[in-house]
Design a protein around this ligand. Structure first.
Ligand SMILES: Cc1cc2nc3c(=O)[nH]c(=O)nc-3n(C[C@H](O)[C@H](O)[C@H](O)COP(=O)(O)OP(=O)(O)OC[C@H]3O[C@@H](n4cnc5c(N)ncnc54)[C@H](O)[C@@H]3O)c2cc1C
Length: 330
């Protein structure tokens, strides 16, 4: 039996490992330790050596690299085949990926290729008394949580970003880097997924942001989203939105937070001019700290807010932006 117990898809972001990869390495290390086995990581693209060293420093015992510049651009078909071939070759018991845009595309396809089940968008991962993966995942828009156990192998799960902290690096950790050569068939797959809500033009992606500033219908008109963008920029955060303003065409769907948008889990979430409908709350209520700005003191958003500011957003938000710019030297 393979002593590789856990394999993590360690996605690159430019020349470095992504934050989600470091989060997966953190929990992956804990699971591998509980199983007294090894933690592996898979890095795909060009310049994999640097990322592989980072993966070892972050807890992996072995990092498999597929060095191929043609795979710098995410292609779920090719990545799924590469992952499936690596799993067939190394037989890890558990395979983990991020529940972000990429992980959802990749891991659904990967699990289907293997014909095994998957627990997606998990918020907690552990090892059960029987030594199998035990995953907690939300259902019914976050109203219920299911504990999922697996009958099939490998046990596959995607993890919601920001649930676990990023692994801390220890440059002195040992480990091996092993180049992996996928088949020509895997490499010839060319189906590319558009980049969706990922970082473009310097924007911070919603799923991976530590700070999100979201705006709602209280902004009155699309031009006033500038207030949200300015505050987000002052805090080096991402912009989010309620469905009301997305449906009204004020801002693109990729910014929508909530039941039919994105589920986010930042350290700090600003809800500005957002009433706090349940469909919005299910997408953001697990944020570390919630600050709500609303002129209606009875708005439901205040029920989940850590700090509530009852007042006119057109006065409060510019004042906050000015203050943060000053304090943060921007
Ligand atoms: C099946 C389904 C799925 C849905 N999915 C989602 C989803 O994914 N995400 C989502 O967000 N919604 C979703 N909705 C819609 C949701 O029910 C609400 O309609 C929506 O969230 C309301 O958006 P809002 O808070 O921006 O607008 P409103 O409810 O109109 O609230 C605007 C708020 O702004 C405040 N305000 C107004 N002027 C000011 C001012 N000058 N200063 C400060 N505050 C001010 C008001 O007091 C009010 O509380 C869904 C609905 C359904 C039925």
């Amino acid at each position: 039996m393979s002593d590789l117990k856990v394999l993590v898809f360690a996605q690159k972001k430019g020349t470095a490992l992504s934050g989600t990869a470091l989060e997966l390495l953190n929990i992956g290390r804990q699971l591998a330790d509980k199983l007294s086995g090894k933690l592996g990581a898979l890095v795909i693209g060009s310049g994999t050596d640097t990322c592989a060293k980072a993966a070892l420093a972050a807890g992996a015992d072995v990092c498999y690299t597929v060095e191929n510049g043609a795979l710098d651009r995410f292609a779920d078909d090719a990545y799924a085949k590469v992952l499936a071939e690596l799993v067939a070759s190394k037989s890890p018991r558990i395979v983990l990926g991020p529940a972000n845009f990429y992980g959802k595309a990749l891991f659904g396809r990967f699990a289907a290729q293997l014909g095994v089940s998957i627990a997606s968008d998990c918020t907690k991962l552990d090892i059960s008394g029987e030594g199998t993966l035990e995953a907690l995942r939300p259902a019914f828009g976050g109203k219920a949580y299911l504990t999922v156990k697996f009958k099939s192998t490998p046990q596959i799960a995607t993890l919601r970003p920001k649930v676990y902290a990023e692994a801390t690096a220890d440059a002195l950790r040992g480990g091996s880097i092993e180049p992996f050569s996928p088949s020509a068939d895997a490499l010839s797959s060319s189906y590319n997924v558009e980049t969706g809500a990922v970082t473009t033009g310097g924007e911070i992606s919603l799923a991976e942001a530590d700070i999100i500033v979201s705006g709602g219908r209280g902004l009155k008109e699309p031009a006033n989203f500038k207030l949200i963008q300015d505050l987000a920029q002052a805090l080096t955060g991402a912009v989010g939105a309620s469905r009301a303003v997305v449906d009204a065409g004020w801002i693109a769907y990729k910014y929508q937070v909530g039941q039919t948008g994105r589920t986010v889990n930042p350290k700090l979430y600003f809800a500005v001019g957002i009433s706090g409908a349940i469909q919005h709350l299910v997408g953001m209520q697990s944020s570390g700290m919630i600050v709500a700005v609303n002129r209606d003191p009875d708005a439901p958003i205040f029920n989940v807010a850590t700090y509530g500011i009852a007042g006119d957003l057109f006065e409060i938000v510019p004042a906050l932006t000015t203050k943060f710019r000053k304090e943060l030297g921007k």
